[in-house]
Ligand binder design. Structure first.
Ligand code: PGA
Length: 256
């Protein structure tokens, strides 16, 4: 089953509008034509989306937001809704990132509400899941992934799932320089796909792309993308510098 590679840059709380502009000008000028069969997505902070939106308008690069409110509009100080994102031509939204879960207390139920709200506006969720080191060492990997996948996708239709991407990000590998080995990542991805098959059927599960995230770099992207159930990457640190992100994508495409 050929699934199109999808590589997304998660800039987290980095790059205001001027830095975003500088990055994208370099990046768009240098992106290799050989990577045109890979979906490339960048997720700048909210305040940089307008600048990014203008710059990527006539390119193959797509825009993601790093979060969105589960509510429509009104008295929610500090929040951003799906309509605002659509106005800036945002296509994807990262939801359930471990930093949102651990620092901002987002539960599976909140993430589920956000996924549904995103789909109402035809935004494509990049739905993140992953275990902590303690959970893995306690033998709870499968239990944690099952709870997160079931909770996050509760009541999400097959049609909406097909417009979503999952991202397996072991928390112990995020920003630590420690990457899951390709075998560890593949094992978890195969398990996540088996959960999707259980909930939606095998045919649907084969169509869903599952990104790996956690210290993906130019030096390991090829080997990771060579695994049968790894269909892309969600990249933090190594996406902050245009040259490094370009190399990471080129290597990923070569290795897939
Ligand atoms: P990292 O972050 O690549 O810096 O480990 C990945 C992520 O948090 O999405």
């Amino acid at each position: 089953m050929a699934r199109k590679l999808i590589i997304a840059a998660n800039w987290k709380m980095n790059k205001g509008p001027s830095e975003t502009g500088g990055f994208l000008k370099t990046f768009l000028a240098k992106i290799a034509p050989s990577t045109s069969n890979c979906e490339v997505v960048v997720a700048p902070p909210f305040v940089s989306l307008a600048t990014a939106s203008e710059l990527v308008a006539n390119s193959n690069v797509e825009l993601a937001a790093q979060n969105v409110s589960e509510y429509d509009s009104g008295a929610y100080t500090g929040e951003i809704n799906v309509v605002m994102l659509k106005e800036l031509f945002v296509r994807h939204v990262i939801l359930g990132h471990s930093e949102r879960r651990s620092i901002y207390g987002e539960t599976d139920a909140v993430i589920n509400a956000k996924i549904k709200k995103a789909r109402e506006a035809n935004l494509k969720p990049i739905f993140c899941i992953g275990e902590t080191l303690e959970e893995r060492e306690a033998g709870k990997l499968e239990e944690v992934l099952r709870t997160q996948v079931r909770g996050g996708l509760d009541g999400v239709s097959e049609k909406d799932l097909l417009e979503s991407v999952l991202a397996y990000e072991p928390v112990w590998a995020i920003g630590t320089g420690v990457t899951a080995s390709p075998e560890q990542a593949q094992e978890a991805h195969a398990f996540v796909r088996s959960l999707l098959a259980e909930f939606y059927g095998a045919a649907v599960s084969e169509k869903i792309r599952i990104q790996y995230g956690g210290s993906v770099k130019p030096g390991n992207s090829a080997e990771l993308m060579g695994q049968p159930d790894i269909d892309g990457a969600l990249v933090g640190g190594a996406s902050l510098e245009a040259q490094s992100f370009l190399e990471l994508i080129e290597n990923a495409v070569a290795g897939a």
